[in-house]
Design a protein around this ligand. Structure first.
Ligand code: MRU
Length: 350
């Protein structure tokens, strides 16, 4: 892909400031962990796999700045860093999986010299970044088989290159289908309140010459009723061991509509988005964000001052509404706990 969502420069984490898209494509360098933490919190960098990579690079950034050569002090410094980064956003489990990988390095090698541990952390962060790129391509290949030449599809939020190290999850399926020579159309939901669909997916798909039409979230039912939709493809922020999947608010609504209109509903997500420690979606922590995101449109207030607001950033789609979860290992059809475990145990690290 032509855009580089996140990069390690050797001394900073370079990200696209996604809050400025589609108006401006601006890269910013985070030279310290606090700046990166704010970038995560304010969605300058966002999307579950990209958050995993950002967390790994964040630990590397902080670790590089450690002065001294006492392994024990270094270890507790890095563990505190992991806790700090983990407090940025609660739902995307990729972020916590990456942090746990970093914690694991420290806990396994408590006595290695600091300089060596810094190199080990750097190698691991880069491996997490490279692995995300590779698994996105693999998901794209598996998902592309589900795209019909001449078909029409729907997506919500942004599960593209901007949400990953490269290529994307749900949008990666569209890219791979296009590369395979298929022609198809995509409806992108705008995704209130922060408009990741309008600002990011519409921008990204158009840039990559996919036939995309933008609709407001509340037009999805009308579009599904009015014309044949061949499938819905979304990303996920955390998938429970039974296949329940949390994704951007509005995804559950789409899955309910898909069932009513007999439209296949696919979630596209790598192994790093699964949380096998939890049994169902009810255990997924759902981020609630500031009420200002709902009471304004851009800078303009659109609701009475002081109005009560409920602003959950994600919802949970029950596994029963999911036709299949596209992973790097293949498609888990009609997901349930048994099928999730079976599919993920084919993994190298599983
Ligand atoms: O709040 P965001 O923009 O981080 O939400 C992102 C999503 O909900 C994506 O669909 C999800 O992270 C999957 S990204 C491949």
């Amino acid at each position: 892909m032509s855009v580089k969502t996140i990069q390690w420069t050797g001394s900073a984490v370079r990200i696209i400031d996604q809050t400025l898209l589609p108006g401006r494509l601006k890269y910013i360098d985070c030279h310290d962990v606090e700046t990166l933490w704010r970038a995560i919190r304010t969605l300058q960098v966002r999307g579950a796999p990209a958050l995993g990579v950002a967390a790994a690079f964040g630990v590397l950034l902080g670790a590089k700045k450690f002065k001294g050569d006492d392994p024990a002090r270094f270890a507790s410094f890095v563990l505190r860093l992991c806790d700090f980064i983990g407090a940025s956003r609660p739902t995307a489990v990729n972020l916590f999986n990456a942090l746990n990988q970093m914690r694991g390095l420290i806990l396994k090698n408590p006595r290695l010299p600091v300089a060596i541990m810094k190199a080990v952390i750097e190698a691991e962060a880069i491996a997490i970044f490279e692995e995300d790129k590779a698994v996105c391509r693999a998901m794209g290949r598996h998902g592309a088989a589900l795209i019909r030449n001449g078909g029409t599809y729907m997506t919500v939020c942004n599960a593209g290159a901007l949400a990953t190290a490269d290529y994307g999850t749900a949008l990666g399926v569209f890219y791979a289908a296009k590369e395979a020579g298929k022609k198809f159309k995509v409806f992108a939901l705008e995704t209130r309140p922060l408009l990741q669909g309008a600002r990011l997916t519409a921008w990204e798909l158009r840039k990559n010459r996919i036939d995309v039409t933008l609709i407001c979230d509340n037009m999805a039912a009308t579009v599904m009723k009015g014309q044949k939709i061949d499938g819905i493809f979304t990303g996920a922020d955390r998938i429970a061991s039974n296949g329940d999947a949390a994704n951007k608010i509005g995804t559950y609504m789409l899955a309910v509509l898909a069932k009513h209109h007999d439209v296949p509903f696919y979630v596209v997500a790598p192994k790093t988005t699964f949380d096998l420690k939890i049994r169902s979606g009810g255990e997924i922590p759902i981020e609630e964000r500031s009420q200002d995101e709902v009471t304004s449109f851009g800078a303009r207030p659109t609701a009475p001052k002081g109005i009560k607001v409920f602003n959950p950033a994600f919802d949970v789609t029950p596994a029963g509404l999911i036709t299949g979860i596209v992973t790097e290992y293949g498609v888990i059809r009609r997901p349930n706990r048994k099928r999730v475990y079976q599919a993920l145990s084919f993994s190298k690290k599983g």
